[in-house]
Design a protein around this ligand. Structure first.
Ligand SMILES: Cc1ncc(COP(=O)(O)O)c(C=O)c1O
Length: 400
């Protein structure tokens, strides 16, 4: 018999392991919570986390900051974005992406996405030519990775620099290469709902020595940038140190201490998430009236959420479907909602933009798109109960 209600919190963040709790407690006892110190040297947890993350991704440099949003802002600045510039971005993402562009004083230009929830490369080419934009902030939103070979070839042809938003793709790859290693810089999040839960934090990886030095200085290193380990040479800092404002966006050593042991758990976490996602995808995909995005073979995703479309429902029935699922503990989010809700929003909600509009194809796709978090703690057996609730509530919403 199927349950009438799911007795699980789908919003539960990944558990913080004992090793991380012990590391945080040790740090608290010593008081070294700020990552720099006149007598500290280069062994702060923040410096060590950066070194470990750079090594894990095969990147030359890594800069820790207080959020992925800050990492994206600094990556844009370091790529040469100036106030008034136009920056392309895909229309399926979350508000910190246009926010990072606005933070740099630039103007987002929204590009369409495909039914499979990745940036539409034909529209990207069109919008690049029409806008003259030289920068793309590409969001691998909800873990959906575009064909990165085609995308990078296109961006090279267009002379466009790419920054990757990897808030949802830590540990994910395209054709064997980690996301964040295609563009000029990759930006990751350590916020609680991400693959590593440090509460807050961001990591920027790059092989570009000028971008790295500028990001370290702008993040608020003062003249203590020598305490970074995954950093460029002091000669590079000499070029930028008097030309770079301090925006004080530092990564706290406390967050880094909580994150470091979790980095070592990423492969195991990816295994669990992939298993739960595969089960849910098979079950939900078999429900009449539900469509899942196609995932290409080159994509090795680490899905901490699942997206599906219910294309047959008009907005009124959609609201009924969501309410029915939520009442039974299956908390679905909807990208087609009239107003922004929780973490979820769409370009038409960002009314500070000059052109706050979701482009038409993306609007149609988001109108029927549902999103569900997959907590790491989700037992495999619960996937069947979730799918049963979704199927029953969809059927109920379809009734006249
Ligand atoms: C797609 C996407 N990009 C970037 C971010 C920004 O991450 P942070 O909260 O660390 O700034 C988020 C946060 O939820 C996100 O969902």
């Amino acid at each position: 018999m199927q349950p009438s209600r799911l007795a699980l919190d789908l919003g539960a963040p990944p558990e913080v392991p004992e090793e991380a709790i012990a590391a945080a407690a040790a740090l608290l006892r010593g008081g070294w919570l700020h990552r720099y110190g006149e007598t500290l040297g280069d062994s702060s947890d923040a410096a060590l986390l950066e070194e470990e993350f750079a090594a894990a991704l095969g990147a030359r440099y890594c800069v820790g900051v207080n959020s992925c949003g800050s990492a994206m802002f600094l990556a844009l600045l370091g790529s040469g974005v100036r106030p008034g510039d136009r920056v392309l971005m895909n229309g399926f993402t979350l508000s910190p992406v246009p926010g990072a562009i606005a933070h740099a004083g630039a103007e987002p230009v929204i590009v369409e996405v495909t039914q499979d929830l990745v940036i539409d490369l034909d529209d990207l080419a069109r919008q690049a030519r029409a806008s003259g934009a030289r920068h793309l902030l590409l969001s691998h939103m909800r873990g959906h990775i575009a064909d990165m070979d085609r995308l990078m070839t296109l961006c090279d042809e267009l002379g466009m620099s790419v920054i990757e938003d990897c808030a949802h793709t830590m540990g994910a790859r395209w054709a064997g290469r980690p996301t964040g290693r295609f563009g000029r810089a990759g930006c990751f999040s350590l916020q609680s709902y991400k693959h590593v839960n440090a509460g807050e934090g961001g990591l920027l990886v790059t092989d570009d020595e000028d971008l790295a030095a500028r990001a370290i200085l702008a993040s608020g290193s003062y003249m203590l940038y020598g305490q970074h380990r995954a950093r460029p040479s002091k000669e590079v800092f000499a070029r930028w140190k008097d030309l770079t404002p301090n925006f004080s966006l530092r990564l706290s050593s406390l967050a880094a201490a909580v994150a470091r042991p979790q980095l070592r758990l990423l492969a195991e976490r990816a295994r669990v998430w992939s298993d739960r996602h595969a089960r849910l995808a098979a079950l939900l995909g078999a429900i009449p009236g539900i469509r899942l995005p196609h995932r290409p073979q080159q994509e090795e995703h680490v899905q901490s959420s699942i997206q599906f479309a219910a294309p047959g429902l008009d907005p009124e029935r959609f609201r009924r479907f969501l309410a029915g699922c939520r009442a039974r503990g299956v908390f679905l989010k909807w990208f087609g909602a009239e107003a922004a809700e929780g973490y979820t929003s769409a370009p038409r909600h960002w009314r500070y933009l000059r052109d706050a509009r979701t482009p038409p194809h993306t609007e149609a796709i988001l109108a029927t798109l549902c999103d569900m978090r997959i907590p790491l703690s989700l037992p495999a057996e619960a996937c069947g109960s979730i799918a049963a609730i979704v199927a029953e509530e969809l059927e109920a919403a379809q009734r006249p």
